[in-house]
Design a binder for this molecule. Structure first.
Ligand SMILES: N[C@@H](CCC(=O)N[C@@H](CS)C(=O)NCC(=O)O)C(=O)O
Length: 230
């Protein structure tokens, strides 16, 4: 059975959505990143980058959420656009746009606004600005069409949903104000039964992830606090 290494964070939740949408059987294996599970040798053998999500499917090991979504979609033939060069070009462009832009800028926006020990206005503005700019590009596209690739719900929408559903955490209360079209798509996906199941995996399996962001969590997730490199 496919093994899904996960936590309740945004990147694993996109993959959970695909698995639930596709009705694929899987074994959900919790990786409690606030306790440091991501640095254990057995997990590093699966993902040397020490982050979730990752999957093991027979002898295939895949990490990074966009890579996993593409792998699973190609394997099952589900949630992909038409088989044309034009559609594949769009699929890859928007998948990489999410993984290299939306995800990292959203993550850093949350980091500097919520978690950074010093509140640095330059960094807070830089990352909020870039996150907002990326969401604006998605919103403009969704003003013209129902889903990111047209009329069909695909892995690009799942990829976007994983981050955009957390808009208030990323850009603060009122963060949705500028993105009505993106909100329409995200609300629609959130209303799907598969999305509700994806968010509820930890409850279904009674996986109790650590909630406190204490010294142990900081040591596991913010290793730069203990190692000065610049
Ligand atoms: N590019 C990776 C990023 C994965 C990532 O940042 N995962 C976060 C959760 S959303 C994580 O594992 N954080 C734990 C840590 O940084 O120690 C992907 O898209 O999967």
């Amino acid at each position: 059975m496919l093994k899904f290494y996960y936590s309740a964070a945004p990147n694993p939740t996109k993959v959970a959505l695909f698995l639930e949408e596709a009705g694929m059987p899987y074994d959900a294996i919790p990786v409690d990143t606030r306790k440091g599970d991501q640095h254990k040798p057995e997990f590093l053998a699966i993902n040397p980058n020490a982050k979730v999500p990752a999957i093991v499917d027979g002898d295939a090991v895949v990490f990074d959420s966009s890579a996993i979504l593409i792998y699973l979609a190609e394997k099952t033939g589900k949630f992909l656009p038409a088989k044309t060069d034009k559609a594949r070009g769009e699929l890859l462009s928007w998948m990489f746009f999410v993984s290299s832009g939306v995800g990292p800028y959203s993550g850093q926006s949350v980091h500097f606004r919520v978690y950074a020990p010093e509140k640095i206005p330059y960094a807070m503005n830089r990352y909020a600005f870039e996150a907002q700019r990326h969401f604006g590009i998605l919103d403009a596209r969704l003003a013209k069409q129902k889903y990111m690739l047209g009329d069909t719900y695909t892995i690009v929408d799942m990829n976007v949903w994983g981050w955009a559903r957390l808009m208030p955490n990323i850009l603060g209360e009122g963060g949705w104000a500028k993105f009505p079209n993106l909100k329409r798509m995200v609300d629609e996906v959130s209303g799907r039964d598969a999305a509700k199941r994806a968010i509820a995996i930890k409850d279904k399996h009674k996986h109790a992830f650590k909630t406190e962001f204490d010294d142990e969590a900081k040591k596991a997730m913010f290793r730069h606090l203990h190692e000065k490199v610049a």
